[in-house]
Design a binder for this molecule. Structure first.
Ligand code: PLP
Length: 389
């Protein structure tokens, strides 16, 4: 079959591949602890589920406008205005099936051959995949453990050129769990002053934060006009399977992103949109409880990892990932991740699944029970004690 060249530029999320491998081992009777997949292990709060069921029963089973139903766009505009301290209008909001399409659509709408896009590495693998897919040049900015995986403004200054079209930021970050402080974000904004590149600010983990608070670059005076905020319901409300996310962006861009929605999905599932209104306007205690549970698990996983031979794990400030350095084990990341799955029955991701600068690290999702985390740590200890002298 003759395929278009662009399909060979697509990357992937290896979490799905590792999950498939783990499931195959389970089918052979092995018991696996799953620390690979990036989704909350909690169920969607019941009032959100009920709102979706009620919408279906009312007959909300038809197409909606491509950018989403107005009450949801209004609720999102209110939420984002309030949490980021900016004034957002519903017309600046585009609702999408999950937040991922905002990455794709933003790159499609803004970038073409010859353009450069700076993105965090290690970082969410879809950034690099989509940058390559649209024909732009990926320019990784290295996040270093010694800087708390923050983005170094001086390094950013060196990477910016007249061809830089977009900078992707992600805080709290996947896979590192690092959070950019207000001072960090303001330092980045100062470097961007005088450059006309836009910013895609991936804030999908913005509510899952354990220390400090989330600060968006859109909150810096003059930056809302050049920022696309990506956010959604998957992580905050444990709604990964509902496929509900959104982008907040200047109206001139929203018009084109809406057209991309019309051309690709028509609209986001109607019942999911109604569930989204309930999520934003209903009680927030379930979110608070989930964050409290993640905080407890974070302690268990970080303490446990730091007690393992050859492993050093910084304390992540947000999201639900630990990103330990494993160089002391003498093994490469992928080799250790494979051994852990095959020999110890613990599914984790190699840091290299998040870019070349992820070598030397593993990513563990601690969206799992404390009992399972302890089981995984005990198995890792048994394996590593044999390997590391
Ligand atoms: N951005 C980051 C950093 C993520 O980790 C994810 C999901 O893993 C997404 C975006 C996409 O979220 P969604 O499932 O809503 O498409």
């Amino acid at each position: 079959m003759k395929l278009a060249r662009r399909v060979f530029r697509l990357g992937t999320e290896s979490a799905f591949e590792v999950l498939a491998k783990a499931r195959a081992l389970e089918a052979q009777g092995r018991e696996i602890v799953h620390l690979e997949i990036g989704e909350p292990d909690f169920d969607t709060p019941p009032h959100i589920v009920e709102a979706a069921i009620a919408a279906l029963r009312r007959g909300e089973t038809h197409y909606t406008p491509s950018a989403g139903i107005m009450p949801l766009r209004e609720a999102i505009a209110k939420e984002v205005s309030c949490t980021r301290g900016i004034s957002v209008e519903p017309e600046e909001v585009v609702v999408t099936p999950g937040a991922k399409p905002i990455i794709f659509f933003t790159l499609l709408a803004l970038c073409q051959q010859g353009d450069e896009v700076i993105y965090p590495n290690p970082g969410f693998p879809i950034y690099e995949s989509m940058i390559r897919f649209v024909g732009a040049r990926p320019v990784p900015i290295r996040l270093r453990m010694e800087n708390g995986f923050s983005l170094d403004p001086d390094e950013l200054r060196r990477l910016l050129t007249s061809r830089t079209r977009l900078l992707i930021l992600n805080s709290p970050g996947n896979p590192t769990g690092s959070v950019l402080s207000q001072a960090d974000v303001e330092a980045i904004a100062r470097v961007l002053q005088g450059h006309d590149c836009l910013i895609l600010s991936d804030e999908i983990y913005g509510r899952l934060i354990f220390e400090g608070s989330h600060f968006s670059i859109a909150s810096v005076p003059g930056f809302k006009e050049r920022t696309v905020i990506l956010d959604g319901f998957s992580k905050t409300y444990a709604m990964t399977g509902w496929r509900l996310g959104y982008g907040v962006m200047p109206k001139a861009l929203a018009k084109h992103i809406t057209l991309l929605m019309t051309n690709s999905n028509s609209c986001t599932a109607t019942f999911s949109q109604h569930a989204g209104i309930a999520a934003l306007t209903g009680p927030q205690e379930p979110v608070e409880k989930m964050v409290a549970a993640f905080r407890e698990r974070r302690q268990v996983i970080v303490d446990g990892l730091n007690a393992l031979p050859g492993v050093k794990c910084p304390v992540p400030q947000g999201a639900f990932y630990a990103f330990p350095n494993i160089e002391g084990t003498g093994l490469k990341s992928k080799a250790l991740a494979d051994l852990l799955l095959e020999e110890a029955g613990v599914a984790v991701l190699s840091g290299t699944a998040f870019g070349d600068y992820g070598e030397g690290f593993l990513r563990l999702s601690y969206a799992n029970s404390v009992a399972n985390l302890r089981k995984a740590l005990a198995r890792m200890e048994e394996l590593l004690t044999k390997i590391v002298c």
